[in-house]
Design a protein around this ligand. Sequence first.
Ligand code: RIB
Ligand code: CA
Length: 319
Amino acid sequence: MATRLVLDCDTGTDDAVAIMLAALHPDLDLVGVTTVNGNVPVELCTENSLRVLDHVGRPEIPVHRGAATPFAREDFPTPRSGLDRSGMHGGFLDLPPAVSSPASGGAVRFLLDRFASAADAEEDLVLVATGPLTNLALCLKEDPGFARHVRRLVVMGGGHQVVNVTPSAEFNFWADPEAARVVLRSGIDDVLLVPLDATHQALLTYQDCEALRSLGTPAGQATATMVERRIRAHDVDQSGSERGTAPVHDAVCVAVLVAPEVVTAERYYVDVETVGDLTVGRSVVDVHRRSGRGPNARVAMAADGRRFVELLLSTFAAG
Ligand code: RIB
Ligand code: CA
């Protein structure tokens, strides 16, 4: 029985690889994509998601446009124009313009209705969130029961000893810290958080890109091109990965659905700082259990990079 999932993403290059993995792995059933302002504005996230699904021959998977601004703020803590984003994503993805159109209805409506019907039908449906958590927070605000309807949530976000947008924070949590806090405090039963500490242990190299390109498939070629772009960007301005390598954060969150051994996780209490000039958006992982609060998530602090690459190669060989 394939694992059914919905992907909520801010489609840049690593979200794109996550979408391809979810759309092509034989043991996964991607029932929908929702988009959110993050790496690029939500209009571009939506077009990019459509481009990816068209490119891998899955245009029937619906893409619902989501939030254009953060949950409780007018903009990121530092407006996008002030971010030193090193061409990691490049605005529109390097794929042909989409032929498909966005599905009718917004992301929040789709998420609320789809997970309510899944709960009513006792359907196992996983939500994987690989962008800022704005859409999820809006769902929880409209219907707190959403926390019961989402039985399993996998989130790419946060960083305990690894950060990437400020000296304190990881991008997804930093871009909408109030939304991240709302989601982590919502009481969703089964939350797996995949922070940078794990994704930076699943690095791809130029050699891996050559192996992907040599598959001769649309997914292999697109992934090779996107990851090479990521490696160049990381070589320019990112710490946390040796030269000539790059993490593909979001695809790790999909990989764990079919290969749980890709990450190693422990249960901790996690929260997000929402104030503080120096610390806004920081994920606070209570690894020494000093908060007096019980764990609210499994937190992946390690990953098996070679197992991750093997999964990408085997999946994209057919797609
Ligand atoms: O910090 C990495 C995360 O932020 C990834 O999901 C990337 O796509 C961006 O959304
Ligand atoms: Ca993302």
